[in-house]
Ligand binder design. Structure first.
Ligand code: C2O
Ligand code: CU
Length: 439
């Protein structure tokens, strides 16, 4: 295969649409699939997927609708599906050993939940996720606003990387300790997967829903050929849409962009690397839209958000430690876990904290490691608190850089037992997880 397709060298081209459409009620069948990850003409890759492909089908609902999904597990080990970012009932959260039993090979599980928020979400396996997600068990879940923004296209762009071998198979070693102690399992081949599109013209306005589905890689993304704004992060509309520049997606994070196509050249998704720009994918542009009038890009209709009670907030600290070049590595060498939250690795019998329903908490996320971590809370979104104390984006996953700290503010109003973990799935595998309980 062409060496130039690989990361660490330069860029690659074509992108392959893998996404098929589906609508609720849905059968979601996890099964082995063959996917064309490498460019056409290169061998296909044996992977895992849903309903015959990876990514799995696009699940679409309108805000407030109920999704009924019959999950069938046709892979050779246990699995379960997590609906990432959806604020739904605990029993539907898809975490084996916490919210449900693992769905054994050959088994089934009925998921049924109301989609409370409009936005860009995704679903993925939450069973040995560092391997099952790396092998392709994920798909997009789109909840449409009751009042749709005025755009000509609504496109899903899933960004992933894979660790490929020349023969087209995925490298194994999904639990490689060296990876887990560093940034996680990073691929050597990356793509932006775009669903098949109706013809995009210069002058069109498009909504682009970017989802980082990689297990461990952080993607800074630059867009070429468009001008616009980021209008939502992790599914939740921004009060003030932000500039496109400086966009960074940690694993599991999403960004909704509304942008005008400004050039006749393809819309390009570029991943700037130390070795130069790497082209993740392109959307071809043909013809021109001469009827659309220029207009401001305005904020999306907000979802319902509980007001945090800052005065009476409980204060908690979550200190991240471990990883390569830390004392914890000795334990790792002897078969122990590599990463800790507050000195504790993996799930304990008692939660990090028990909240009264509706209680507000301010959590100080302190990264005392040499690696960035994307911290994800199940069942809730939280505000990122800026240095000046202002509340910024309302997210479900926040990136805390090496040696940095960030406060988040959360109203714990969804009863149940919820995971709080690093979404670098190799770190999660090596102990970087805890849980909270809401009474
Ligand atoms: Cu995207 Cu614990 O999940
Ligand atoms: Cu991490």
């Amino acid at each position: 295969m062409n060496r130039r397709d690989f990361l660490i060298t330069t860029s690659a081209t074509a992108l392959v649409p893998h996404i098929v459409l589906a609508s609720a009620p849905v059968e979601l069948v996890a099964q082995p699939v063959n996917a064309q990850i490498l460019p056409e003409g290169e061998p296909a890759t044996p992977m895992l997927g849903f309903n015959g492909g990876t990514p799995g089908p696009v699940l679409r609902a309108r805000q407030g609708e109920v999704l009924d999904i019959r999950f069938q597990n046709q892979i050779s080990e246990g699995s379960a599906v997590h609906w990432h970012g959806l604020r739904i009932d605990n029993a539907m959260d898809g975490v084996p050993g916490m919210t449900q039993d693992v769905v054994e090979a050959g088994g089934e599980f009925e998921y049924s939940f109301r989609a409370p928020d409009a936005g860009t979400f995704w679903y993925h396996s939450h069973s040995r996720s560092w391997e099952q997600v790396a092998k392709g068990l994920y798909g997009p879940l789109i909840v449409k606003e009751l009042t749709l923004p005025d755009v000509d296209h609504d496109l899903i762009v899933m960004i992933d990387d894979w660790r490929m071998i020349e023969d087209g198979t995925l490298a194994d070693g999904f639990e490689n300790m060296h990876d887990q102690a560093h940034q996680g399992r990073l691929g050597n081949f990356a793509r932006a997967l775009v669903e098949p599109v109706t013809q995009v013209r210069r002058g069109d306005r498009a909504r682009l829903r970017l989802i980082n589905v990689a297990t461990d890689r952080i993607f800074p993304v630059e867009l070429e050929g468009v001008e616009g704004k980021v209008v939502a992060l992790d599914g939740m509309p921004l009060v003030d849409p932000q500039e496109l520049s400086g966009l960074i997606l940690a694993p599991a994070q999403r960004a909704d962009i509304i942008a005008d196509v400004t050039s006749a050249a393809p819309i390009s998704f570029v991943f700037p690397t130390r070795d130069g720009p790497y082209l993740l994918g392109e959307i071809p542009v043909e013809g021109a839209n001469t009827t659309r009038q220029p207009s401001e890009i305005s904020a999306l209709t907000p979802n319902e958000i509980a007001t945090p009670d800052t005065d009476n907030a409980v204060s908690l600290t979550l200190t991240m430690e471990g990883g390569a070049m830390s004392r914890r590595m000795m334990q790792g060498m002897m078969g122990g876990d590599i990463w800790t939250f507050n000195g504790q690795s993996g799930l304990t019998n008692t939660p990090l904290h028990r909240f009264e329903r509706g209680q507000t908490a301010r959590i100080h996320l302190k990264n005392d490691t040499r690696f960035p971590h994307g911290i994800h809370l199940h069942g809730h979104h939280f505000f990122e608190v800026e240095a000046d104390g202002n509340l910024s984006a309302f997210r479900d996953t926040t990136l805390v850089d090496a040696g940095e700290a960030r406060d988040i503010l959360c109203v714990f109003d969804n009863p149940g037992r919820w995971l709080l973990h690093c979404h670098m799935l190799g770190h999660q595998a090596a102990g970087m997880k805890t849980w909270v309980e809401v009474a």
